[in-house]
Ligand binder design. Structure first.
Ligand code: NAD
Length: 266
């Protein structure tokens, strides 16, 4: 079933804005965020909703065919905030989707769910999580929440381990992890229309230096068009500062608060 009515959480954020601009017109968009935002496009409506409020989330999920779940905290911070917005928020979202009979949920996971793997390891969506932060762990947990609601409750779940979705790469690491905004929209279109049960893919462009085997996404129809390599001359000399950040997939998240044993990280 191709969805008509789509709920976008985190709609006031960076990636929410990208999707709003590109999906508006194709879908009826319900824009939701904890901060106010104005519905201005045709077929748009807006809702203020805290993802930690289960009853409000349940009401927000009514009468939509698909949900793109971008809402949450996208950086490292303390447990209470991350628990509330990212873990409780994602559980509430999937439970609301189940109660409302929503067909599919696209979940914005992150490369930081697997950030403690070394850069020379070609990960796929089947590679096990190795979170590089509390934030990364919230994304790994979200992928498992997605699996519960897919296999147990029949909600198609598409988890995007997003790399670095920026207008353009800003350092050498991003030559591997960059996801252009146009390719992000292409991948979301696949998530909205393809046939899958519980899929984990990487949100990455067709970068020459990509660390990730994204064949599952290609099989479902993802055809990325952009390659970060065209920025290599501009940003290729901009290295991350520490050895851990340079050698492990999570970049600067890896050395932050690190108190582990480097020999365990291969
Ligand atoms: N931008 C990237 O490159 C990138 C990379 C990996 C993963 N992601 C993930 O993609 C999603 C979107 O990222 P972004 O860059 O647009 O982040 P963003 O911070 O710009 O947007 C997130 C939005 O979520 C909202 N939010 C936070 N807590 C909330 C709550 N309790 N209830 C309701 N709304 C809440 C915020 O108000 C914000 O508008 C995030 O989940 C992030 O973890 C992004």
């Amino acid at each position: 079933m191709t969805p008509k009515r789509v709920l976008l959480t985190g709609a006031a954020g960076l990636l929410g804005g990208v999707l709003r601009r590109s999906l508006g017109g194709q879908f009826q968009l319900r824009l939701a965020d904890i901060v106010p935002l104005e519905a201005t496009g045709e077929g748009e409506e807006s809702i203020i909703c805290d993802l930690a409020d289960a009853a409000a989330v349940e009401a927000m999920c009514e009468d939509v065919d698909a949900i793109i779940h971008l809402g949450g905290i996208p950086y490292e911070t303390g447990w209470p905030e991350l628990l509330r917005s990212n873990i409780i928020g994602t559980i509430n979202l999937y439970e609301g989707a189940r109660r409302a009979g929503v067909d599919r949920v696209l979940f914005a996971s992150s490369n930081h769910a697997t950030g403690m793997h070394p850069n020379d390891r070609a990960l796929s969506g089947e590679s096990p999580p190795r979170p590089d932060s509390r934030y990364g762990l919230t994304k790994a947990i979200g992928e498992d929440v997605a699996a519960l609601y897919a296999y147990k409750h029949g909600i198609r779940s598409f988890c995007l381990r997003i790399g670095s979705c920026l207008p353009k790469p800003d350092n050498k690491r991003a030559l591997s992890t960059w996801l252009s905004q146009a390719d992000f929209v292409r991948l979301v279109q696949v998530g909205l229309t393809a046939d899958y049960v519980h899929e984990i893919v990487y949100g990455v462009s067709r970068n020459t230096r990509s660390w990730w085997d994204n064949s599952a996404a290609f099989r479902l129809g993802y055809q990325p068009q952009d390659d970060a390599e065209i920025y290599a001359a501009e940003v290729g000399a901009i290295e991350l500062k520490t050895e851990l950040a340079r050698n492990y997939q999570g970049g600067n998240f890896v050395p932050e608060e690190f108190s582990g044993r480097k020999e365990w990280l291969d």
